[in-house]
Design a protein around this ligand. Structure first.
Ligand SMILES: Cc1cc2nc3c(=O)[nH]c(=O)nc-3n(C[C@H](O)[C@H](O)[C@H](O)COP(=O)(O)OP(=O)(O)OC[C@H]3O[C@@H](n4cnc5c(N)ncnc54)[C@H](O)[C@@H]3O)c2cc1C
Length: 386
């Protein structure tokens, strides 16, 4: 095995979160390596992501927002409701004094925008490198990878897992919601006017996010219905969508190709270990109901870079360094996971009393500006925000 370049930080996975970390470390003077399994920093992925206002601010500081802005659609209004029940809340950017509540962008465009910042980040970019094992240790750990059919390795004081959580073994807690997300673009009779919808139905939440001239649909579907819905022809799909969503945007006119993502809450049992930190989806993979996954992962990257700047590199991966990082992240991550999970559980239940209580809660939020503002701030800047 070819071994032994030595780095201060090795980032495993150059997806949106790993790339953001490398860029955030730009002026640190540290020796950073990014190992990415793909042969280039580009991805075709049908996902559309809701990016919070806080995420925009971080992307601006990283110097990549300008590359993303032409591909991002502003969300100026969010309409939250439950199907067939009273109660709704409408969040308006104007009312909250911000230019937008958030933005929608395709995963591939976000990836591409971050990739524009990588060449200047000063990190060693090792592409086509599939990491096969990590052996973290306080002091210095090892990363083993395959590149062009060759087994290779490097050592690093700190190994950061940003691989999305699917490729390397690690103890996790899994909560299977028994649901999958069907996603596609849809065209509606009425133009979106920068209005997003979060609509809770007993079968799971559905979201419509403005994206370009269309909407990006995330339709949560119980697993036993997935095959049927994926198999529907266009007319049947649009008819069922209309029946589920209603006619607030007029008729659904067309839908793009559908993709499927199984929905589970997966959390790493240990976010940190001596010599290792997990960030982004490698630390927590959430249900997309509140559009929090990447937003939370980006803040992981940001705060890990901040912690790295606060300590000498000899301390990386040691107990004090890891505790400092965890202290920064505990409340935001714990709150984001809890909020997402509660939304899925509480809104998926069709017990009459519960649905009345939900309706009252939504109406109360709509009528009480301080509650609405507190909720909106948490959606825009994270659970720790006030
Ligand atoms: C349907 C759906 C809708 C969503 N909507 C939203 C939303 O509205 N808002 C939001 O904030 N989030 C949303 N998310 C979540 C968001 O997509 C993730 O949180 C985000 O992509 C996580 O980024 P990441 O970089 O941690 O992981 P990933 O995006 O999975 O990237 C991991 C990277 O690591 C690389 N890699 C993997 N294994 C290895 C290896 N062994 N060696 C080297 N490289 C490796 C991969 O090639 C990839 O580039 C949604 C998710 C889904 C499924």
């Amino acid at each position: 095995m070819g071994m032994n370049e030595t780095f201060d930080i090795a980032i495993v996975g150059g997806g949106p979160v790993g790339a953001a970390l490398a860029i955030a470390l730009k002026d640190s003077g540290l020796a950073v390596a990014v190992l990415e399994a793909r042969t280039e920093f580009a991805a075709r992925d049908p996902r559309a992501l809701a990016l919070s206002q806080g995420t925009r601010l971080i992307l601006e500081r990283l110097g990549v927002w300008d590359a993303l802005a032409p591909h991002a659609t502003a969300i100026e209004t969010i309409h939250v409701s439950q199907r067939g029940r009273i109660g709704r809340a409408v969040l308006e950017a104007k009312e909250l004094g911000v230019p937008a509540l958030g933005y929608t962008a395709e995963y591939g465009d976000l990836y591409q925008a971050l990739a524009t910042g990588l060449p200047d980040a000063g990190a060693s970019l090792i592409t086509g490198a599939r990491v096969t094992a990590v052996r973290p240790a306080s002091g210095s750990g090892l990363v083993e990878f395959e590149q062009a059919g060759m087994a290779r390795g490097l050592s690093a004081r700190l190994i950061v897992l940003a691989d999305g959580g699917k490729s390397l073994p690690g103890a996790v807690k899994v909560k299977d919601y028994g649901q999958s997300a069907i996603i596609c673009t849809v065209q509606t009779e009425v133009a979106h006017g920068h209005r997003a919808y979060e609509r809770f139905t007993p079968a799971g939440p559905m979201a419509l996010l403005p994206l370009g001239d269309d909407y990006a649909l995330v339709w949560t579907t119980a697993n036993d219905l997935v095959e049927t819905r994926m198999g529907w022809d266009q007319a049947t799909f649009l008819e069922a969508l209309q029946a589920s969503f209603g006619d607030r945007q007029g008729r659904f006119l067309a839908a793009g190709p559908r993709s499927l993502f199984p929905l589970r809450l997966v959390t790493a049992r240990e976010v940190v270990e001596p010599g290792l930190v997990r960030i982004g989806n490698a630390a927590q993979t959430l249900h997309p109901v509140a559009g929090q996954g990447f937003n939370l992962g980006l803040r992981d990257a940001w705060w890990l870079a901040e912690t790295a700047m606060d300590y000498p590199c000899e301390a990386y991966g040691g107990a004090e360094f890891l505790a400092a990082y965890c202290k920064h992240r505990r409340r935001d991550v714990g709150g984001g996971i809890a909020m997402t999970d509660i939304l899925v559980e509480v809104f998926a239940n069709d017990l009459p009393l519960l649905s009345q209580a939900r309706g009252l809660a939504l109406s109360a939020m709509d009528m009480l500006p301080p509650i609405k503002q507190a909720f909106a701030r948490k959606m825009m800047f994270g659970v720790q925000a006030w």
